[in-house]
Write a protein that binds this ligand. Structure first.
Ligand code: KE4
Length: 432
């Protein structure tokens, strides 16, 4: 049994200075019924907390740490950059290097702008879409999360869904009025909305594989339908690949499903664990961004030498042959093991996965196809499973509505350790 004496002390102090004691709501572990554990360091696929407990890490900092922690190639690249200076506010060669890699690797991206987070990427992409099309409305999907910019806090996923925050306090209704949110995986709903509002809609923004209501897979043909109907109505299609980018394949979801969006938002992995994001797409659209065009967007630390060094080094490792087979092989073994154990202990849950990201929806017996389905999950049961796994040294997302990720550093012993812990957790759930 783990003790968390130092974590508890740090958390009490944190609550005095930081709202909720955390710098991002989902870390507060509110929905899984425990206080957050403070992490001291990470190494390969392991995290070590302030009290010396170790964990197999499946959060990977919510996606970025796809190589695992302290990968030597990333550490040396960032160390080298560090010794040359951390930020100049002037162009540097690493920004060009990272931009070139993104253009080479992400099929639809011809030009790209580097920013500091996924939120900045999506916020800028919809401003660009509105500027380019001269239209006001944005269409998103219930349960998808695109960061915390005002326009997106409408029926959003991730922490908003986890904490059950109603509506969007602090966001003027005029902003909310320009955001339409409809169910994912529902072609009729999209067709009807576009028939009614199409000429006012600047862009459809979507997670091609939503992971912020838990991992939900697009129905066969759905992404093609979205691409087709937006093209036909001069509506820009924005793929928010902050999670799926470089995660489900080297070219992201757009390569995996062979769909070409007009704009793509990236984050997480391209920062290599440092603050980094990007948005890019067709040159004709991207040229509208200042200073080449009138749509304004800026950032003091955009393209920062450390973040670009970490991003380049991360992509260099991901480009190596066999990377995505390795990631997927361990994820499949883990998912199949969890499903077998849940069946053996008669715990009602559904595991949904693609490549190296997955969610086990508790209390579910049918596939979860949209936000309404996801919200029927038994979050209390998830909380029990989460706490039990944490106690046994397995670090899962402290929310039913997030994804678990495998990293390249995950070893087979750690996967077997995880399944042994899961067996004990499932048997406890069966007998509770
Ligand atoms: P950031 O601003 O947090 O870098 O990215 C926002 C964002 C945009 N788009 C998608 C698809 C995202 O998943 C995110 C952020 N993801 C959440 C968790 N799924 C970040 C974790 C947190 O909020 O602490």
């Amino acid at each position: 049994m783990h003790h968390h004496i130092l974590s508890n002390r740090f958390f009490k102090e944190a609550e005095e200075y930081i709202p909720g004691g955390v710098n991002s709501p989902v870390r507060a572990c509110k929905s899984v019924g425990c206080d957050p554990v403070f992490i001291e360091k990470g190494e390969e696929c392991y995290l070590y907390d302030a009290d010396g407990n170790s964990y197999v890490d499946y959060v990977c900092s919510w996606g970025p740490m796809i190589l695992g922690h302290c990968h030597p190639h990333v550490v040396s690249a960032v160390s080298e950059a560090l010794l040359q200076g951390t930020s100049f506010g002037a162009p540097t060669w690493r920004e060009v290097e990272l931009a070139k890699k993104i253009v080479d690797l992400v099929p639809s991206i011809e030009k790209v702008r580097l920013v500091n987070s996924g939120t900045e990427a999506t916020m800028s992409a919809i401003r660009l879409a509105r500027g380019f099309t001269k239209r006001k409305k944005i269409l998103k999907f219930d349960g998808c999360y695109h960061g915390h910019a005002d326009s997106f806090l409408v029926k959003a996923g991730s922490g908003v869904a986890t904490l059950g925050i109603p509506g969007s306090p602090g966001v003027p209704e005029e902003i909310v009025a320009n955001t339409i949110s409809i169910p994912f995986n529902d072609p009729e709903a999209l067709q009807g909305t576009i028939e009614k509002e199409g000429e006012n809609i600047a862009a459809v923004i979507m997670e091609p594989v939503p992971a912020n209501m838990g991992v939900v897979l697009p129905r066969k043909g759905y992404l093609e339908f979205v691409r087709d109907i937006t093209s036909k109505n001069d509506i820009l299609l924005i793929f928010d690949e902050v999670i799926t980018g470089f995660r489900i394949s080297l070219g992201g979801a757009q390569e995996y499903f062979d769909i070409s969006p007009d704009l793509t938002c990236l984050g997480k992995i391209i920062g290599g664990g440092l603050p980094g994001g990007a948005y890019g797409g067709k040159a004709q659209i991207m040229e509208e961004i200042a200073p080449s065009g009138p749509v304004y967007q800026a950032g003091t630390l955009s393209g920062n030498p450390l973040a670009t060094a970490a991003g380049i080094a991360t992509l260099e490792i991901l480009e190596r042959p066999g990377t995505y087979d390795n990631l997927r092989e361990k994820a499949d073994y883990l998912a199949q093991g969890l499903t077998k154990l849940a069946d053996r202990y008669e715990v009602p849950c559904v595991n949904q996965r693609i490549a190296s990201m997955m969610t086990t929806f508790f209390g579910q017996t049918e596939p979860v196809m949209n936000f309404q389905d996801a919200m029927k999950s038994d979050t209390k049961m998830y909380g029990k499973f989460y706490r039990n796994m944490l106690d046994q040294g397995v670090w899962l997302a402290p929310s039913q509505f997030e994804a678990a990720f495998t990293s390249l550093a995950l070893n087979w012993d750690a996967v077997d350790f995880t399944l042994e812990a899961a067996e004990s957790a499932f048997s406890r759930l069966k007998n509770s």
